[in-house]
Design a protein around this ligand. Structure first.
Ligand code: SAH
Length: 208
């Protein structure tokens, strides 16, 4: 089964309560409430799934693109957006080859996608996010911690964030974070990255 078939099956069987929260994610609401985003901000939700976060952002008045590899997920998201009378630009696609124009995005939000991206694909994940972001644009990532990842997830750790992002992004602290779903909670991590103008690694050398 290919990646998109796996996810399509989950969404078609409505078997996504293990990751979806039936509410916009609180950390995203906090980001908006703290007025960290301009009213005209363009936001990209990668691995948007059933679309609740993207719909919330559209309700806040932002210009929102939701990308997911599963057409079934986007079908659910589109229906929900219609019911909420908001417009989101849903695009079927892979985060490793984003159907998004260069340097157009102010914020990328990722809830539970980076932690399913294999190491071999992570350089492409970070280069695609870098490509679509405007200068100083940010990425909000939430994913499983090392402790909770087991063999199901590729966790968000100091090492993985450092390895795949340090050359082209500045970053804040990687903080403990509960990843809630409708059926439970999983220990996670949250981090915000910011696209830099210059290649830090070339200027300062790679961190040891
Ligand atoms: N952000 C959503 C869904 C998280 S589950 C939420 O919080 O509810 C991970 C999502 O990423 C799924 O919807 C899956 O279809 C999607 N996905 C998995 N691999 C992907 C890829 N390579 N590119 C884009 N989306 C992907």
């Amino acid at each position: 089964m290919t990646g998109d078939e796996y996810w399509d099956l989950a969404y078609r069987n409505r078997d996504f309560e293990h990751w979806e929260l039936n509410y916009p994610s609180p950390e995203l609401a906090a980001l908006v409430a703290a007025r960290t985003l301009k009213k005209t901000a363009k936001i990209l939700d990668v691995g948007c799934g059933g679309g609740l976060d993207a719909i919330f952002l559209a309700q806040c008045g932002f210009n929102v693109i939701g990308v997911d590899i599963s057409s079934a997920a986007l079908g659910i998201a589109e229906k929900r957006a219609q019911e909420a009378y908001v417009e989101v630009d849903w695009r079927l696609g892979n985060v490793l080859d984003l159907p998004v124009e260069d340097e157009t995005i102010d914020l990328v939000t990722d809830r539970g996608l980076f932690h399913v991206i294999e190491d071999e694909d992570r350089p492409k994940y970070s280069s695609e996010l870098h490509r679509v972001l405007k200068l100083h644009g940010r990425v909000l990532i939430r994913g499983a911690s090392k402790e909770s990842a087991q063999d199901r997830f590729n966790p968000v750790t100091e090492e993985s964030i450092e390895k795949y992002f340090s050359s082209k992004f500045e970053r804040g602290p990687i903080l403990p974070f509960p990843l809630f779903s409708t059926v439970g909670v999983m220990d996670g991590r949250i981090v915000v990255l910011k696209k830099c103008g210059i290649n830090k690694s070339r200027l300062f050398g790679k961190p040891r």
